[in-house]
Design a protein around this ligand. Structure first.
Ligand code: FBP
Length: 550
């Protein structure tokens, strides 16, 4: 049965564009070694944790006249880790094609279901036929993904068994900040055990929170946020047509508000909440509700009982009182895990927990609707994070806005809310031209790093705002992105999550316009991602990247 849509068939033929250094083939690249690197802080602790891979130099690529093909086939395993992000299949295609360019008999093993597949030795060989079926498509279904955290020496040793059995030259981990932290730990462990197998990371996540001076953006952000912006634009148009609903739209992004900020800029929604700002201003939940009410009232005064509010997924974690509550709940759930797991109903869990909380955060807990109390108790993810995607903040806010407006004698409008949560709608979308190119390039970079025996590096492509002809490829030592953070009660080296900076050009752009957008119908309707047509539309980059990179 034919499973390719007409678009898929046309997209299959799309040849992703590579950065200049890689255009003559992965076998015709030379590496320029830069200065030794170090993290911005916690240097001593990180040096101690990574004696073999600390202080590695930056490397940049240049096209080379001489052929540096491998003299034996390369064997490489690849893992897709964590949430889907558009373009993952193209990273694998970039690795695949470049390995073949380096040696025609190279073999690419795809470990199934995420890092757990590496540990359990569950894999399949990716051949040309399989690879061709997934080029330029969205999703991670070529091999599947998973969130298993590789953290114990038993797990590392099981990975080594698999690696030795397959005689792998390298493992590529395509993941976010936590997965790339894991990649660096594995690289260090392997070197410590005298294993020559390299570990290379690739920056993936729609959340956009894996970025720094050397990693301008993680892949998938571009496509995901364009998909959400299309939907938000459609909703704004519906709101402006029907004139009867306020739409509360929660957007994925975990702790970081990058997606919400970019979608706010792309659509000019009436209210765009940014968690990082709310935390910096130490705003209470009531004050956040007040912000939304201000827009609802101002618009109602113009006869506009409709609007669009964008809510970042992680918002509740940034409201100081709820943040303290979550910290306390995390602590209690870890300490009394067995006792808690025996409670057989949500009501019992809520009441018992309320009894356990000894600090004044108990009043915050009791002030929340029961549905939100229950959502705060749900299981944490394997990295210990609250699963913010499961907390219905958009409903909490609209209920509080409605209650506040009912008591407001000055308010004469009519408030009816609709709720949406956009996340999964964009995570597996067919990659935009930007993500198709960026990902294919990142895969090729990973293969070149492997060919040169680099381990503990993340594939990097920079200068992304200038068009592919100006893209610069290279490798960044992962340890230079580390800092020490408390995880599960212990100080650990991890890649620092990049949250929205309140001095960033993208945030400043929002601040410049938001008072007007709060009241006016200034909506933009970005429409669907265009894969063909004028470059101005089909190759457009995000506003965040454009503003940040000048
Ligand atoms: P990654 O950090 O693994 O890239 O995942 C991103 C994300 O889509 C978040 O935005 C969201 O909070 C989370 O995954 C949802 O996880 P799940 O897929 O387990 O529901």
């Amino acid at each position: 049965m034919k499973t390719l849509s007409a678009l898929d068939q046309h997209r299959k033929a799309y040849q992703p564009k590579l950065p200049p250094a890689l255009r003559q083939g992965a076998n015709r690249v030379s590496l320029k070694t830069g200065a030794a690197t170090e993290p911005l802080k916690d240097k001593d602790a990180i040096k101690q944790a990574f004696p073999k891979t600390y202080g590695l130099p930056l490397v940049s690529f240049e096209a080379s006249g001489s052929d540096s093909a491998a003299d034996k086939p390369l064997k490489v395993g690849v893992v897709l880790s964590g949430g889907q992000a558009p373009g993952g299949h193209n990273v694998i295609a970039g690795i695949f094609d470049s390995l073949r360019a380096l040696h025609k008999d190279s073999v690419l093993y795809g470990f199934s279901g995420g890092p757990g597949g590496l540990e359990k030795g569950q894999y399949e060989i990716i051949d040309s036929e399989k690879m061709d079926a997934y080029r330029n498509t969205g999703g991670f279904d070529i091999i599947g993904s998973g969130r298993t955290k590789l953290e114990t020496t038993e797990q590392f040793d099981r990975c080594i068994e698999v690696i030795e059995k397959l005689q792998l030259d390298a493992v590529v981990i395509i993941g976010g900040d936590d997965s790339n932290t894991n990649a660096a730990i594995l690289a260090e462990y392997f070197r410590g055990k005298g294993l020559s197998t390299s570990v290379v990371g690739v920056p993936k996540t729609i959340d956009g929170d894996l970025k720094n001076t050397h990693i301008p953006t993680s892949f998938g952000f571009d496509t995901a946020v364009k998909t959400y912006s299309e939907l938000i634009g459609n909703i704004a148009r519906d709101a402006r047509s029907a004139r009867k609903y306020w739409h509360f739209i929660k957007l994925m992004g975990r702790s970081a508000s990058h997606i919400t900020l970019e979608a706010g800029l792309q659509t000019r929604s009436n209210v765009t909440l940014i968690s990082e700002e709310i935390e910096a201003k130490k705003m209470s939940l009531d004050e956040v509700v007040g912000l939304i009410c201000r827009s609802v009232k101002a618009r109602a005064a113009q006869g506009k009982n409709y609007g669009v509010v964008l809510v970042p997924e992680g918002l509740v974690e940034f409201i100081p009182s709820i943040k303290s509550l979550i910290a306390e709940v995390n602590h209690l759930l870890a300490e009394k895990e067995t006792e808690f797991s025996k409670l057989d109903s949500t009501d019992k869990k809520i009441d018992t927990l309320a009894g356990w909380i000894k600090t004044d955060v108990v009043s915050t807990f009791k002030s929340l609707p029961k549905s939100i109390q229950a959502q705060l108790l749900l299981e944490r993810d394997p990295h210990g994070n609250v699963q913010v995607s499961l907390i219905e903040t958009e409903k909490l806010l609209s209920e509080m806005v409605s209650a506040r407006l009912k008591k407001d004698a000055d308010y004469k409008g009519k408030f009816t809310a609709q709720h949406h949560f956009f996340g999964y709608e964009g995570r597996a979308a067919a990659p935009s031209n930007f993500d198709a190119d960026y990902c294919y390039g990142l895969g090729s970079v990973a293969a070149v790093l492997i060919r040169n025996g680099k381990t503990g590096y993340m594939a990097s492509i920079r200068n992304l705002s200038k068009g592919v002809d100006h893209w610069e490829a290279g490798g960044i030592p992962i340890t230079m992105m580390f800092n020490m953070e408390t995880r599960h009660g212990k100080l650990k080296p991890v890649i620092q999550k990049a949250l929205v900076e309140l001095t960033s050009p993208a945030f400043e752009e929002l601040v410049k316009h938001r008072d007007a957008w709060e009241v006016e119908d200034a909506y933009l309707f970005p429409g669907p991602i265009q894969y063909f047509g004028p470059s101005e539309i089909a190759d457009a980059i995000t506003k965040t990247l454009m503003l940040e990179m000048g």
